[in-house]
Ligand binder design. Structure first.
Ligand code: NDP
Length: 331
């Protein structure tokens, strides 16, 4: 990268043809904004996979730089909130969807969109958490806000070997819960136990035929899969159990009996991470930095260069990625 030019991954659709490739651009090409950031790392989330492959309508402008999150160092700031040299994190706000994304060595954004890197996290580990891990933290907080407290009962995480799932397993286990990991990849059982799961079950547990109410098992659930999996979770929720739903990797529609809701008082809480207010973001990131040891974060992380993003986008949308993929935009 010269002083002024830098590398970005661009997705472009022209004349019905879609292209994905690396380009050199200049700082003057960046959109206006208050804070210029030299990006160190981005990540590959499920949504990025959909955006890069075109399997989902994620990108709202054309051409577009995808990448829904990044971490880096402030170069220039028109906001008193940030000074050159500050290390910052960005997730959400439509970055990588309608605004210039994280698959770029530089970016310029609103100051309000940034969160200062919390003490105890490196830029690389912050992105190993990334949008997926931040969402997992929001799920844990939502469960606790809606009544999950110390319990002997199990807490289940679906899509456990994926990004949100891996971090949710680790966070819940560190918080002292008895975590069961539901996965379609039984070969990842040792990995999931290493993150703190006390048991691993087949994802089919939730989609097999069953009665409207089964035995009470789960005190809480983090569901990253949606669709029929989410519909199946309610059957074995314990009295006043709470489900945090954040994902749709397995479908967008579900049907469920009302009995778990009206006979057991089961609660369903939606979790979204894009527009979460800045103050809540700082609280969530501080708890991530406090609760997750670096070595545990490293266990779930693979680092790839920017030019590997297209291939890994296929992999993540085929549910073959384990844990979190960090993108080193300077490699
Ligand atoms: P990953 O691809 O890393 O993980 C998804 C996991 O879901 C897979 O690893 C797999 O887990 C499971 N899965 C995938 N396809 C199916 C299927 N057809 N049926 C059952 N299980 C399936 O994605 P992320 O962790 O990045 O994201 C997970 C979900 O959360 C996505 O839908 C994403 O869009 C959503 N999300 C939502 C956010 C929000 O703000 N609400 C923010 C971030 C993510 P396994 O192999 O273990 O079964």
């Amino acid at each position: 990268m010269s002083d002024d030019s830098f590398r970005v991954l661009v997705v472009e659709e022209r004349g019905g043809k879609r292209s994905v490739g690396l380009h050199d651009v200049r700082v003057a090409d960046l959109p206006p904004g208050e804070v210029l950031v030299r990006v160190a790392y981005s990540t590959l989330n499920y949504k990025d996979g959909l955006a890069v492959t075109g399997k989902g309508k994620i990108l709202r402008t054309n051409p577009m730089v995808p990448g829904i999150d990044f971490a880096g160092t402030v170069v220039e700031s028109a906001s008193p909130a940030y000074q050159p040299g500050d290390e910052v994190i960005l997730t959400g706000w439509g970055v990588g969807e309608r605004h210039w994304g994280g698959f770029s060595q530089m970016n310029r954004v609103k100051a309000d969109w940034l969160v200062p890197l919390p003490a105890g996290l490196s830029l690389r580990r912050a992105m190993a958490i990334g949008t997926a891990g931040f969402t997992a933290m929001l799920c844990v907080q939502a469960l606790e806000r809606h009544g999950l407290g110390p319990t002997e009962r199990e807490v289940v995480v679906t899509g456990a070997a994926g990004g949100v799932g891996s971090v949710a397993v680790a966070l819940l286990a560190r918080a002292g819960y008895n975590v069961v990991a539901a996965t379609g990849r039984p070969a990842e059982a040792d990995y999931l136990r290493g993150l703190g799961a006390s048991a691993v079950i087949e994802r089919a547990f939730f989609t097999n035929a069953g009665r409207a109410l089964e035995g009470e098992r789960w005190a809480a659930a983090v569901d990253t899969v949606g669709g029929p999996t989410l519909g199946g979770i309610f059957r074995s929720m314990a009295y006043q159990g709470v489900v945090a739903a954040c994902g749709n990797a397995g479908g967008v529609e579900f049907t469920a009996s009302v009995f778990p809701f009206i006979l057991r008082g089961v609660r369903l809480v939606g979790v979204e991470s894009v527009l979460v207010p800045p103050a809540e973001r700082r609280v969530a990131w501080a708890r991530i930095a406090r609760d997750l040891p670096g070595a545990l974060i490293d266990q779930m992380t693979e680092v790839i260069p920017l030019d590997a993003v297209p291939a890994y986008s296929e992999t993540i949308t085929n549910a073959q990625v384990r844990g979190r993929i960090v993108v080193d935009v300077n490699a």
